[in-house]
Design a protein around this ligand. Structure first.
Ligand SMILES: *[C@@H]1O[C@H](CO)[C@@H](O)[C@H](O)[C@H]1NC(C)=O
Ligand SMILES: *[C@@H]1O[C@H](CO)[C@@H](O)[C@H](O)[C@H]1NC(C)=O
Ligand SMILES: *[C@@H]1O[C@H](CO)[C@@H](O)[C@H](O)[C@H]1NC(C)=O
Ligand SMILES: *[C@@H]1O[C@H](CO)[C@@H](O)[C@H](O)[C@H]1NC(C)=O
Ligand SMILES: *[C@@H]1O[C@H](CO)[C@@H](O)[C@H](O)[C@H]1NC(C)=O
Ligand SMILES: *[C@@H]1O[C@H](CO)[C@@H](O)[C@H](O)[C@H]1NC(C)=O
Length: 262
């Protein structure tokens, strides 16, 4: 007997428990469907480029993670050595560490990064001035501006400036690259005596000798919708660019800010 005729044919009372069990099984079936995770929740699992740095919202790996798992402007790529790479003004910066808890990251120009093992003979390739995409990344507190001078004749440099040579120029290996803080007293002397390009960069303050500081890089802070409320309720953060809004992907469905409790 099918359930419809069961409902519409008058029956003695003892048939009614059967109706209840139909309703019960239908309920079980329906809740099972809604328990299978939302596809975006599964898609937006954290990943790595090969080293131990976790890549998750607001960052996403271009071509390997969906843009909706990250925030606009936070696409990164992976270097063959397993380090994540951030493009700033068309220059590769190696991401040495991401501090998700305080929205900051340490990066270093790939050309002289401590994390770049392929920098041959300590020679420094040409590079570009650091410029930040204003709305996304900003310089963290306690960073110092630095200028790199290419094409310096190391023999004509006084002893106190020999300490500031960070390597030979990759373009002309007989010449040197000198790194000076913007406020250093000898900037004008170096500027006059170095014939190559002049590049603005940053280092973290108080790291030690300038050679080491340049290789270690500097700290940036970022601005993106906060993920903590969503992740604390078991969700995965993301961004829907069609409506230009933060999204919280939960096991049941997509939410605006956080997963509903229970
Ligand atoms: C990654 O982390 C594991 C465990 O914490 C550690 O044993 C390993 O050496 C790390 N690898 C790298 C490349 O840092
Ligand atoms: C980063 O910049 C380089 C050099 O301009 C470019 O070839 C590369 O496609 C860029 N990568 C990304 C992820 O934007
Ligand atoms: C974020 O935390 C890390 C680790 O505690 C720290 O080294 C870094 O300076 C902090 N970033 C900022 C912008 O304060
Ligand atoms: C390391 O430095 C070399 C030479 O400056 C550069 O060509 C290469 O792209 C850098 N490696 C990475 C992983 O960016
Ligand atoms: C970097 O910017 C300075 C001005 O601040 C400019 O003189 C210099 O040519 C720029 N360097 C490069 C490599 O574009
Ligand atoms: C560099 O600066 C120091 C301190 O002001 C000064 O004594 C020295 O003469 C300068 N050297 C050159 C080559 O300008």
């Amino acid at each position: 007997m099918n359930p419809i005729s069961l409902l519409f044919t008058p029956k003695p009372l003892y048939y009614y428990p059967l109706i209840h069990s139909y309703i019960f099984f239908f309920y079980l079936f329906a809740t099972n469907i809604s328990c299978s995770p939302d596809p975006n929740f599964d898609t937006c699992q954290p990943q790595t480029c090969g080293n131990n740095q976790t890549i998750t919202y607001p960052f996403y790996i271009h071509g390997r993670q969906e843009p909706f798992c990250g925030y606009p402007g936070f696409d990164i790529s992976c270097a063959p050595n397993g380090f994540p790479i951030l493009n700033l003004s068309n220059t590769h910066y190696i991401i040495d560490q991401i501090f998700y808890q305080n929205q900051s990251l340490r990066v270093s120009n790939a050309v002289f990064s401590i994390s770049n093992t392929s920098t041959t003979k300590g020679c420094v390739s040409p590079t570009q001035n650091l410029t930040l995409p204003s709305t996304v990344f900003r310089v963290a507190p306690n960073q110092r501006e630095l200028t790199l001078f290419y094409g310096c004749d190391s023999l004509s440099l006084p002893r106190e400036l020999q300490d500031h040579i960070i390597g030979c120029s990759a373009e002309k290996e007989t010449s040197s690259v000198v790194a000076l803080y913007k406020d250093a007293e000898n900037v004008s002397f170096v500027a006059k005596n170095c014939k190559g390009e002049v590049v603005d960069s940053l280092v973290e303050d108080g790291v030690g000798r300038v050679q080491e500081a340049v290789r270690k890089g500097f700290l940036l802070s970022w601005t993106a919708s906060d993920c903590s409320e969503c992740s604390n309720t078991g969700g995965k953060c993301g961004f829907d660019s069609s409506i230009y809004k933060f999204r919280c992907y939960c096991t049941d469905r997509v939410h605006a800010a956080k997963c509903d409790p229970g």
